[in-house]
Write a new protein. Structure first.
Length: 323
């Protein structure tokens, strides 16, 4: 599936930790690997801008290009090193480069211990997830090494019955083929409240047991149908799991429930769809945030079809490319 895989770099060893697993994916899919360093200039302090330009030129010449040469020589990969220089924010510059090159996977490393918005490289990962239509694979970083190494063995795909959430299936299948992984299709069902207002007790949510059971049965039928198609088409092992959210008012958040399923099924990668829309409870950044915060899994964040691109404020970007 993947033809161009991009790894954003910031000059740190932590960011470089994503290169090796990205190279594994590139080799397995016959994809090009793009190593991208962004020099974000302030245009306010020429001295600091020149210092940053100098440091990044040195990093490109002394680190990026030798790494790229080793990958070409040792793994036979097509590797491009790029330094983008300009006033665009880092995420906007990377998003613009992704759109221009048609890159179809972004791979980044993250500590992930303090929540989504404190991922490695500050807000870059968060901005990329929200402002590109390209899947972003966030790999768990522990002492400058990726945990677990690719390929993934058990991949949880969070679904909710919507076509938008099913956007995550194709990239999950692509990663699953690499390691002949087991795909686990997971769905969270929220208890159905009793509709008659008089039946409700103040401060207590009374649920409709029959309607809730019907929702659970429907969720199982849906997952079984998707699983049957995957087994036939991909010949991959597929499991299904439906989890009933606790009774709560307002309804319990989905993020912690997805994280719980991931822990229960021993997933090493969670794949989900996110976008700021109301049609699906999975399509919210808080779900991805909680999964990243509450598990030790890698996270693949995909986007619903037709996502709007918002590359950020206008600004000049110059690309310095070494093929």
């Amino acid at each position: 599936m993947f033809s161009r895989i991009l790894v954003p770099l910031d000059g740190s060893a932590a960011a470089e930790a994503a290169i090796s697993p990205a190279a594994v994916l590139a080799r397995a899919h016959g994809a090009e690997l793009h190593l991208v360093l962004v020099t974000e200039l302030s245009r306010v302090d020429p001295t600091l801008d020149e210092q940053l330009e100098r440091e990044h030129r040195t990093y490109r010449d002394e680190r990026m290009q030798p790494v790229a040469k080793a990958l070409r020589d040792d793994a036979g990969l097509a590797v491009t090193t790029v330094r983008l220089s300009g006033t665009l924010p880092v995420a906007a510059a990377v998003a613009d480069y992704v759109a221009k090159t048609g890159s179809d996977l972004i791979v980044m490393a993250t500590h992930g211990l303090t929540g989504w918005r404190r991922a490695l490289a500050g807000s870059v990962a968060d901005d990329l997830v929200h402002h590109t239509a390209t899947p972003v694979l966030l790999l768990r970083l522990d002492d400058q090494s990726i945990v677990p190494p690719s390929p993934f063995r058990r991949i949880l795909v969070a679904l909710d019955g919507s076509k938008a959430a099913e956007t995550a299936l194709e990239p999950a299948r692509a990663l699953g083929r690499l390691g002949k992984s087991t795909l686990i299709l997971g769905r969270v069902v929220t208890p159905v409240p009793v509709e008659v207002a008089a039946a409700q007790v103040p401060g207590v949510l009374v649920t409709d047991v029959g309607a809730t059971k019907a929702q659970v049965d429907e969720a199982n039928r849906y997952l079984d149908a998707v699983a049957a198609e995957l087994r036939t088409r991909e010949r991959l092992p597929v499991e299904t799991v439906v989890d009933l959210a606790p009774v709560a008012f307002p309804s319990a958040p989905i993020g912690p429930m997805v994280a719980r399923i991931a822990r229960d099924v021993r997933a090493d990668l969670v794949t989900l769809t996110t976008r700021d829309r109301r049609t699906s409870r999975l399509l919210r950044s808080s779900v991805a945030d909680r999964v990243l915060h509450d598990t030790h899994c890698a996270l693949l964040v995909c986007h619903a079809d037709g996502v709007d691109l918002h590359p950020g404020p206008e600004g000049a970007v110059t690309a310095h490319t070494a093929v």
